[in-house]
Design a protein around this ligand. Sequence first.
Ligand code: SAM
Length: 249
Amino acid sequence: MATSAFHSHSSVRAARPFPQTAQLDLLSSAWSAPHLQREEPGTFALSFSPALVRDLLQTYSRPGDTVLDCFLGSGTVYAEGIWMSRRVVGMDCNPDMVEDVRERIGDAGGELHCADARRLADLLGPDSVDLVVTQPPYGHTHKFSKDLSADLSLLSSRDFLSAIEVVAAELFTVLKPDGYCAILIGDIKDRGRTMPLGFQFVHRFLSRGFSVVNLYDSRTPSSHLPVPLHAGEYLMIFQKKQKAPKRTR
Ligand SMILES: C[S@@+](CC[C@H](N)C(=O)[O-])C[C@H]1O[C@@H](n2cnc3c(N)ncnc32)[C@H](O)[C@@H]1O
């Protein structure tokens, strides 16, 4: 996407008051809490806010663009993307999730895969995606399966972070130059200690070549996001910046 699209970012976001949603403290609440819903009822624990997804699609992509969600879940990005005329690729390691989305939303205008996000590039090829909008498991806080070998939510914190670094590298490969990557993640507690996943993600995405475009958290002014983020939750916008052309004499 052209750089100008990013510069129009703040103007796209007209002042919109936050809905009266109670802020949750992620570190003291179970992530699977049924009240973990924002302005619209979610169908799934830890699901994206549809309004937030629409805002990201509007800001960072255009109709016809290829949008990837490699942690599909209940398919919020997939559904909103199709309804906004994007070509959406949805992927989840859990075949039940993929089939559920296929049944509810269908695959006209989209592509669904049961696959491991650590092997994205084999499936999609390099420089093939305009925008990534995705929400990985928040570590092991909510386990998405009992025993699926590819399920990152079953990993120890250390292995989870190594896996995220692999995912970051794959995302960098499949994104087109200048493509954007929006990640929603929340800090968690591990054996009584805070795991600042937000910071750890930024570190790993930077080390895999991404540039930071914007970072949002629960203190972000209400004019910047359509819904508030929970305390300890981060929305990070990265970009695969095109390399500067080499100087010639
Ligand atoms: C936080 S949920 C995504 C929720 C989604 N944003 C929504 O709106 O419903 C994370 C998803 O990642 C999936 N997942 C876990 N490990 C994965 C992997 N290695 N590759 C692809 N999907 C994975 C889980 O099955 C789960 O559906």
